[in-house]
Design a protein around this ligand. Structure first.
Ligand code: MG
Length: 276
C-alpha cells in the first residue's frame, strides 16, 4: 500500500509537485490541515508546483479566487483544470468552429468558447456535446433537448463528438453525503443514445482529466521537470494517472476517498497520513 512517509521528506526529495485540490488542499470544511504550510514551504524553497484538478465548472482564475477565500494562495497560472484541456482536445480533433452543446454553469461554456467551440442552446443542432458539470442546467429538460438533437444528427449519419472533461462519477456534497457528478450524467446519456441506434455502435464520451495522461503532461510542461510527485487522495485518478505517466505518486489518507485495498496492483509510491 505504499511506503509510509512524511511530507517534509517528500518536499526534500522531489524537484516539483502536483497537488490534487479536493481531498488534499481543500474539502467541504475549507482548507485542509497542512495545505497552507505546504504551499508556503514549496514557495520558500523555490520548488515549482501546480494544482491538477478534475473540473470544468470554474475557470482557473475563478478556482484560484475561491481557494484564496479559504486562505490558500494559489495563482491562476498554477491551476490546471481538466476544463482547460478542452483547448488541446478541440485542436487535436479539429472541433473549433463547430456547434457545441454544453452542460454546466457559465464558466463551462467559457471553456468551450476559449477552445474555439460555438456554444448553442440545448435542442439546437450540435456536432459536439461537452458534459462539463452536473450543475447549471435544467434536469432532465436540457438533456432531453440535447438527446433529441443528437438523435436527429445520428439519423442523418452526421458525426457526433462527445467530451467529458471531468469523468468523476460521485462527489462529496457535504460531510457524509455524496452526489452524482458529470461522469454519471455522461453514463446516462451514453445509455440513452444506445437505445435508439438499432445495433449501430453508439458514440462514446472521450474523457479528459485524471487519470488520462494529458493533464499530467500539461503539469510537466508547467513545472519543467519529470522529477515531480503527484499528491492525491484517490487511487483511481491521482495515483493511477501519475504512475501511468512514469511519475511517482503519494496517496494522502483522510481525504474524500475511502481507504482502498490495492487493486490491479495499483500501489502508490508513498503513503501520507496527512500533509502535516
Ligand atoms: Mg481528490
Amino acid at each position: 500500500m505504499g511506503r509510509p512517509t512524511q511530507i517534509a521528506a517528500l518536499v526534500e526529495r522531489y524537484d516539483a509537485f502536483f497537488l490534487d485540490a479536493y481531498g488534499v488542499l481543500v474539502d467541504v470544511a475549507g482548507a485542509r490541515p497542512g495545505a497552507r504550510e505546504l504551499l508556503a514551504e514549496l514557495e520558500r524553497r523555490g520548488k515549482p508546483w501546480c494544482v491538477l484538478t478534475n473540473g470544468a465548472s470554474r475557470l482557473p482564475e475563478a478556482a484560484a479566487r475561491r481557494w484564496g477565500g479559504l486562505g490558500l494562495e494559489i495563482p491562476a497560472a498554477r491551476v490546471v483544470t481538466s476544463g482547460s484541456l478542452l483547448a488541446g482536445h478541440f485542436a487535436a480533433h479539429a472541433l473549433a468552429g463547430l456547434p457545441c452543446a454544453v452542460l454546466g454553469p457559465p464558466d463551462s461554456a467559457r471553456y468551450v468558447e476559449r477552445a474555439g467551440g460555438v456554444v448553442v442552446r440545448p435542442g439546437e443542432d450540435c456536432a459536439v456535446l461537452v458534459v462539463a458539470d452536473e450543475t447549471g442546467f435544467a434536469f432532465p429538460q436540457d438533456i432531453d433537448a440535447i438527446l433529441t438533437a443528437l438523435f436527429a444528427r445520428l439519423e442523418r449519419g452526421d458525426p457526433v463528438h462527445l467530451v467529458l472533461p471531468n469523468p468523476d462519477l460521485v462527489y462529496p456534497t457535504a460531510p457524509g453525503a455524496l452526489g452524482l457528478t458529470a461522469g454519471a450524467i455522461a453514463v446516462m446519456i451514453e445509455a440513452a443514445l444506445s437505445a435508439r441506434l438499432h445495433g449501430r455502435a453508439p458514440p462514446r464520451f472521450v474523457a479528459l482529466g485524471k487519470p488520462q495522461a494529458a493533464i499530467f503532461e500539461e503539469g510537466v510542461r508547467r513545472v519543467g521537470t519529470r522529477n515531480a510527485l503527484m499528491i492525491g487522495d484517490q487511487l483511481e485518478t491521482d495515483t493511477r494517472g501519475a504512475l501511468a505517466c512514469g511519475l511517482d505518486a503519494a496517496l494522502v489518507s483522510g481525504g474524500v476517498s475511502v481507504e482502498h485495498s490495492a487493486h490491479d496492483g495499483l500501489i502508490p509510491t508513498w503513503r501520507l497520513a496527512s500533509l502535516l
